[in-house]
Design a protein around this ligand. Structure first.
Ligand SMILES: [Zn+2]
Length: 315
């Protein structure tokens, strides 16, 4: 299978109404040859999408605990914006005669959501959860997210679990190991086998002891890391062909900056170095290091143009 090009998730927010914004973001990705499309997170940030989970509410730019976290009722799952926007994207693609184009739903993981809630408002968190037993908060998020993952897979979406905070040191690795192991073990096996699920972790995986090993142990076929930024460069020291193959993992490779427009040689040399470390057969996706939420729209286009040109020359 050729290496596919994808994006991590966010795009600069369009000022247009949501339906138009989704159309713009789809057309932009198609124009630049992105193989697995994202909804571009046009409604809000990756945390606040989850205020639709019972037990949470928006607070500032984050999310606060307002009760016990519970799964969305099954009959309401299709109203969850990530699911709803995916359906809109599918019908847009159909209208464009591109119904075979792949698209993904990115789902912020339980460790990141729990950690953000606790740091957004520790008092409201403490009012509903015993902070000495942090695990319950994370496992409640995990249980609430699972039906969304299952629904996403049912309607044909690819799923990307985002755990940006894992590499920041804010998240206890010991708890993350257990929660994520349980969470990923419950994802339908067919989807794992078909490589429809990935996990994206931002920053330097190397900077947190054992994090790479714990990620390798998850029941997820594809791990996605950045390699381009200052912190992300450290990931070159940890990935290897033997570790990936031993755990039957493929890599999503952030081979191009999501922030600055780099020159072609820098990008090509970085890709060659990664390919040498892990083997081309173990690279599943090429993508920018991370999302485009804070990148200026003109730059996004230039970065996507380079991703297309260089990505296509590799295959
Ligand atoms: Zn990221």
């Amino acid at each position: 299978m050729p290496i596919e090009k994808t994006v991590i998730g966010s795009f600069p927010k369009s000022k247009s109404p949501i339906e138009v914004a989704l159309k713009e973001v789809v057309e932009l990705q198609l124009y630049y040859g992105v193989d697995v499309l994202s909804d571009g997170e046009q409604r809000c940030n990756m945390i606040q999408y989850f205020d639709q989970l019972p037990g949470t509410e928006k607070a500032g730019n984050g999310l606060r605990i307002a009760g016990k976290i519970e799964p969305i009722k099954p009959e309401k799952l299709d109203e969850f914006y990530k699911i709803k926007d995916y359906q809109t994207i599918r019908s847009l693609l159909k209208k464009l005669g591109k119904e075979n184009t792949k698209a993904k739903i990115s789902i912020t993981g339980p460790m990141t959501l729990g950690t953000i809630c606790a740091s957004t408002d520790i008092n409201s968190t403490a009012a509903h959860y015993n902070l000495d037993e942090e695990e319950t908060l994370f496992s409640d998020f995990s249980n609430a997210l699972l039906p969304i993952v299952e629904r996403a897979l049912d309607i044909g979406a690819y799923v990307q679990i985002d755990e940006p905070l894992l590499s920041t040191g804010q998240v206890p690795v010991k708890i993350a190991k257990k929660i994520l192991k349980d969470f990923t073990a419950k994802i339908p096996k067919g989807a794992i086998k078909e490589e429809k699920v990935s996990c994206h972790v931002c920053g330097s995986i190397k900077s947190v002891e054992n994090l790479y090993e714990e990620l390798l142990n998850l029941d997820i076929p594809i791990l996605s890391f950045g390699f381009s930024g200052e912190a992300e460069k450290e990931n070159l020291d940890i990935v290897s062909k033997p570790t990936l193959e031993k755990h039957r993992k493929k890599l999503g490779v952030g081979f191009i900056s999501n922030i600055i427009v780099e020159d072609d040689d820098t990008i090509i040399n970085r890709y060659r170095r990664i390919e040498k470390l892990v083997g081309k057969e173990n690279i599943r996706y090429l993508h920018p290091d991370c999302g485009f939420g804070l990148t200026r729209p003109e730059k996004v286009k230039l970065i996507l143009e380079k991703m297309k040109k260089i990505g296509d020359s590799i295959n």
